[in-house]
Design a binder for this molecule. Structure first.
Ligand code: F6R
Length: 263
């Protein structure tokens, strides 16, 4: 696992956006795995800016989102499909038909989960998966105790996640307690993964991800087994890492090596 520790949330967004932009430049029809939540918002704004300035085009790219609330149609303002339209898709040139979000209103959610995994596979697999992380170490809606090889499926949200996300719902509004989420195995099949985390509320989850045991009690710890997983985190999210200075040292050495190879 590569750990990139940056000064603040702004630097995390810039770094993450650059990884995605470089991928699209190198492979214009890349398949992106995308996330919702607060963390990627600044990154999405940077992708929109890059598209507007002509630096990058998403015309041939494809995307698969991690998760969706079960019971919400895509035009519901709290649905993750709606979130993606509002915060990214409506502002870049990606073909609408090339964007995929699990169908929250599927007549048969179990079948829809299988079909989602099949579609990812027939599209060629995910080249670059973007992740956030929950305070409890969840990735997608894979809550603690999720199988580390799980596939896309219906998952029940923990009370902690429901509480974290309650801020997006009105007091009397229906807030789903079920979701469709890519499984940890589905996520792990991605060729490269970047996980973004900012703020001190994520510091314990980041410590468990990097320095804890590989365990279903911290689903993100599965990334320890991925060949190309990069954590892009700010100082606040890195604060509880026991070996923080060593990770920074490794990164400096990596950068030096890359520079010397370019010369
Ligand atoms: C969202 C998702 C979740 C979030 C996580 C962090 O699609 O998969 O795992 O990444 O809950 O959310 P924020 O960024 O709001 O702290």
């Amino acid at each position: 696992m590569q750990i990139v520790i940056l000064e603040n949330a702004e630097a995390v967004a810039t770094h993450g956006a650059n990884v995605i932009i470089q991928k699209i430049k190198q492979k214009p029809d890349a398949v992106l795995g995308l996330a919702t939540g607060s963390t990627p918002l600044a990154l999405y704004r940077k992708l929109i800016e890059a598209k507007r300035s002509g630096d990058v085009s998403f015309l041939r790219s494809r995307s698969f989102n991690l998760d969706e609330y079960l019971g919400l149609p895509g035009d519901h303002p709290q649905s993750y499909r709606y979130f993606m339209q509002e915060n990214l898709f409506n502002h870049i040139d990606i073909e609408p038909g090339n964007t995929h979000v699990p169908p929250g209103n599927a007549a048969n959610p179990l079948k829809a989960c299988e079909e989602y995994d099949e579609l990812i596979e027939t599209t060629g697999g995910i080249d670059l998966q973007l992740l956030g992380i929950g305070r409890n170490g969840h990735i997608g809606f894979n809550e603690p105790s999720s199988g580390l090889t799980s596939r896309t499926r219906v998952k029940t949200l923990t009370p902690a996640t429901i509480e974290d996300n309650a801020r997006f719902f009105g007091a009397d509004e229906f807030q789903p307690h079920l979701s469709i989420t890519m499984g940890i195995g589905t996520i792990m099949d991605s060729r490269k993964i970047i996980l973004l985390a900012t703020g001190d509320s994520k510091a314990d989850a980041i410590r468990a991800t990097v320095e804890g045991p590989l365990s279903a009690s911290c689903p993100a710890s599965a990334l320890q087994m991925h060949k190309k997983a990069v954590l892009i985190i700010d100082e606040a999210a890195a604060a509880h890492l026991e070996h923080k200075e060593f990770y920074k040292h490794i990164e400096r050495e990596n950068q030096k090596l890359l520079q010397s190879l370019k010369q």
